[in-house]
Design a protein around this ligand. Structure first.
Ligand code: ZN
Length: 124
């Protein structure tokens, strides 16, 4: 009466007709290659690092390297390098300017704006 033990047989899909092509029978000699040939599904992951092609310059503050302490707000050309086309100040993470100089830079840019050397925003 206690036959329930044999009822719960774990079926792990022991191939019932599935054409498994994994047995290396159809391979020529020396076919003990665990790796599949290229072309199959990629393994998850993708590899170390994904991005970082180019666009990775030396991230050193330009002003530090050139030892510019006070940023000349009259130097429009200089400032323009840190202002986007629309007149926005480029964030520091893009320019690589250190915090100290970014601050001074912002100030300089604002000053330059005030004396109309730089645009406040895009003109329409
Ligand atoms: Zn700096």
């Amino acid at each position: 009466m206690s036959d329930e033990t044999s009822v719960k047989a774990p079926e792990t899909g022991s191939g019932s007709g599935a054409p498994s092509g994994q047995s290396g029978e159809s391979r020529p000699s020396g076919g003990y290659q665990g790796n599949r040939p290229a072309g199959g599904p990629r393994p998850a992951g993708g590899g170390p690092g994904g991005r970082g092609k180019f666009f990775r310059r030396k991230k050193v503050c330009k002003f530090c390297t050139e030892k510019i302490d006070a940023i000349p707000y009259r130097d429009v050309r200089l400032l323009q390098g840190f202002v986007a086309e629309r007149g926005k100040i480029v964030p520091r993470r893009l320019t690589g300017v250190c915090t100290t100089h970014q601050r001074r830079l912002t100030r300089a840019i604002k000053q330059a704006r005030n004396i109309a050397l730089l645009p406040f925003a895009a003109r329409h």
